[in-house]
Design a protein around this ligand. Structure first.
Ligand code: F6R
Length: 262
């Protein structure tokens, strides 16, 4: 794992978008794992701008989202299908048949989860998985006590997540209590993980996720086991990390980051 500390949330989102753009330019057939949430809105805005101004091409790419609420239909403004369409897909040249999200309305949700896993496998696995982190430490909707080998499945949302996300629900639709999410094991199988966290409200959980012991209570700690995981944070989210001198040194000195420093 490596941790990159950027001055502002804007700079952190920009670095994240540039890493994704580079991966896509290096491999136009990239299979990209996507996350939703407020943190990602900036990243998607930047990718849209790169598509428009720098011809970033998504036409051959394929995407798999981490999660979707159970019982929320794709056309609901509260669904992650809707979020992805509004924030990214409708603005870029992705083939929508190659943009995958779990179906939260599936009659047989266990079968839907198995099919989702197979679809990822049939596409050769995820090359680059974008991740946010919830205050419960979840990645995707892998709430506390998710097995570190878990696969795509139904998961009950924690009270903390329900409180965090119900603020985003619009209209009369109640906030669901369950979601389909890729498992921690599914996420760990992606070839590269890129986690973005910004803001003071993420500082405590980022410190635990990065520098704390690996535990099923905090799914994000499993990323410490991943051979190629980059955590990008702004100063506010980095505030409770201890080893910041080393993390800053990495960004300033490692050749991989040279082209991203300006
Ligand atoms: C949603 C997802 C979640 C969010 C996390 C952070 O697809 O994967 O793990 O990334 O809840 O959400 P925000 O960015 O709204 O704080």
């Amino acid at each position: 794992m490596e941790v990159l500390i950027l001055d502002t949330p804007e700079a952190a989102a920009e670095l994240t978008a540039r890493v994704i753009a580079k991966a896509l330019r290096d491999n136009p057939h990239l299979t990209l794992g996507l996350a939703t949430g407020r943190t990602m809105e900036r990243v998607y805005g930047l990718l849209v701008r790169m598509h428009r101004e720098e011809r970033l091409d998504f036409s051959l790419a394929c995407t798999f989202n981490l999660d979707e609420y159970i019982g929320v239909s794709a056309d609901s403004p509260n669904s992650y299908h809707h979020y992805m369409y509004e924030h990214l897909f409708r603005h870029i040249n992705i083939n929508l048949r190659h943009a995958h999200l779990p179906n939260g309305m599936a009659a047989d949700s266990a079968a839907e989860c198995r099919q989702y896993e197979s679809a990822i496998k049939n596409h050769g696995g995820i090359d680059l998985q974008l991740l946010g982190i919830g205050r419960s430490g979840h990645v995707g909707f892998n709430e506390p006590l998710s097995a570190l080998f878990s696969r795509t499945r139904e998961k009950a949302l924690s009270p903390e997540t329900i409180a965090q996300n119900s603020r985003l629900f619009v209209g009369d639709e109640p906030m669901p209590r369950r979601a389909i999410t890729m498992g921690v094991g599914t996420i760990l199988e992606s070839r590269r993980c890129l986690l973005l966290a910004t803001g003071a409200e993420k500082a405590a959980i980022i410190a635990k996720a990065v520098e704390g012991p690996i535990t099923g209570m905090i799914s994000a700690t499993a990323l410490q086991l991943h051979p190629h995981c980059t955590v990008i944070v702004d100063e506010a989210a980095a505030a409770q990390l201890e080893n910041t001198e080393y993390y800053r040194w990495i960004f300033e000195n490692e050749p991989e980051w040279e082209e991203f420093r300006c």
